[in-house]
Design a protein around this ligand. Structure first.
Ligand code: GUN
Length: 292
C-alpha cells in the first residue's frame, strides 16, 4: 500500500505556481488576485477560507477577504458579487459555501461572472466541463485528477466508482473520470438510493468516496489492490484532541488501507489539493488562459 501524500504534492505545486508568478511579475505582468467572500462564522468555512488566504501568500498572489455577518441580505451579497465582477484588479473570486438558509446559493453562483468563477461552479463552466470545452474545473475533482496523474495511477479503461452525487464533487468527478481526455474510465455513481452499495464498491478499481459519512467505506467493501480516494472531512468529537474534534474521512482508513494499492489519508490527502487547485485556477484566470 502506498500513501498518496496530498500535502506534499500540494506544496510542490504551490512552489511551481510561485515560480510562475515570480516570472510574470519580473516581466512587469500583473500579480494574480483572488478575492473570497465569507458569510458568517461557520468553523469549517473559516478554516477553509483561512487556508485559501494562506495559500495565496505562498503562491505570491494578492488576496482579499470580504466578510459579511450571517444576517446579510441576498441583495447586499449580490451587490458585492457585481462589484467584484467589474473590479479589473480582481482576477478571480469565490463565495464560500454553504450560505445561510435565507440566501439562495444558486442565485449567487449564477451572478458570478463565469470568466472569474475560479470555483468552476457557474452553470457555464459546469456545462463546458461536461462536454470537454475549456473552462474552470472545480477544485476538488481537479485535485483528485492531479493526484492520480502525479502518482502515475492508470485510469484509462478502469472501473471508477464514485460515492456521492453533489454538484461540487460527485457529479463533476463522474464527468471528468468518464471523459477520454481525463479519466477515460468506466464510471458508476452511487448515492443514498443505490440498492447495494457494497457490491458496487467491490467492483471498483478506483473508489472515490464523497458522501460526508464518517468511516462509511469499510475493508469488506474494497477490492484487493484498489485505489481509494477519500474526500470526506467530517468533524467528529474527540476528547483527546486540543480542539475537541478530529477530521474523519468517509473511509475507515485502518480497515481499508491494507487492501489498497494507493490510498489518500484524512487529513493530508484531497483537502490540501483542493486549496492548491483553486490557486492553479486563479493563476489561469490571471493569465486569461481559459477565456481570452
Ligand atoms: N464549500 C466547500 N467546498 C467549497 C469550495 O470548493 N468552494 C466554495 N466556494 N465553497 C466550498
Amino acid at each position: 500500500m502506498q500513501l498518496i501524500d496530498g500535502k506534499a504534492t500540494a506544496a510542490a505545486i504551490k512552489a511551481e505556481i510561485a515560480e510562475q508568478v515570480n516570472q510574470i511579475v519580473a516581466k512587469g505582468g500583473k500579480r494574480p488576485h483572488l478575492a473570497a467572500i465569507l458569510v458568517g462564522h461557520d468553523g469549517g468555512s473559516e478554516t477553509y477560507v483561512a487556508n485559501k488566504v494562506k495559500a495565496c501568500e505562498v503562491c505570491g498572489f494578492k488576496s482579499s477577504l470580504i466578510r459579511f455577518e450571517s444576517d446579510v441580505t441576498e441583495a447586499e451579497l449580490l451587490a458585492k458579487v457585481d462589484e467584484l465582477n467589474h473590479d479589473a484588479d480582481v482576477d478571480g473570486f469565490i463565495v464560500q459555501l454553504p450560505l445561510p438558509p435565507h440566501i439562495d446559493e444558486q442565485t449567487v453562483i449564477e451572478a458570478i461572472d463565469y470568466h472569474k468563477d475560479v470555483d468552476g461552479f457557474h452553470p457555464i463552466n459546469v456545462g463546458r466541463m461536461a462536454i470537454g470545452l475549456p473552462c474552470f474545473v472545480s477544485a476538488t475533482p481537479k485535485g483528485i485528477l492531479e493526484l492520480l496523474r502525479r502518482y502515475h495511477i492508470e485510469t484509462s479503461g478502469k472501473h471508477c466508482v464514485i460515492l456521492g452525487r453533489s454538484n461540487i464533487v460527485g457529479k463533476p468527478m463522474a464527468q471528468l473520470m468518464m471523459q477520454k481526455a481525463y479519466g477515460d474510465s468506466t464510471v458508476t455513481v452511487c448515492h443514498s438510493h443505490t440498492p447495494d452499495i457494497k457490491a458496487e464498491c467491490q467492483r471498483a478499481d478506483i473508489l472515490i468516496a464523497a458522501i460526508g459519512q464518517p468511516a462509511f467505506v469499510t475493508g469488506d467493501m474494497v477490492k484487493e489492490g484498489a485505489v481509494v480516494i477519500d474526500v470526506g472531512t467530517t468533524r467528529v468529537p474527540d476528547a483527546s484532541r486540543k480542539r475537541g474534534y478530529r477530521l474523519q474521512g468517509d473511509v475507515d482508513f485502518d480497515g481499508v488501507a491494507p487492501k489498497c494499492s494507493y490510498i489518500t489519508p484524512v487529513p493530508g490527502g484531497v483537502g490540501p489539493m483542493t486549496v492548491c487547485m483553486l490557486m492553479a485556477n486563479t493563476l489561469l484566470a490571471g493569465q486569461h488562459a481559459v477565456y481570452a
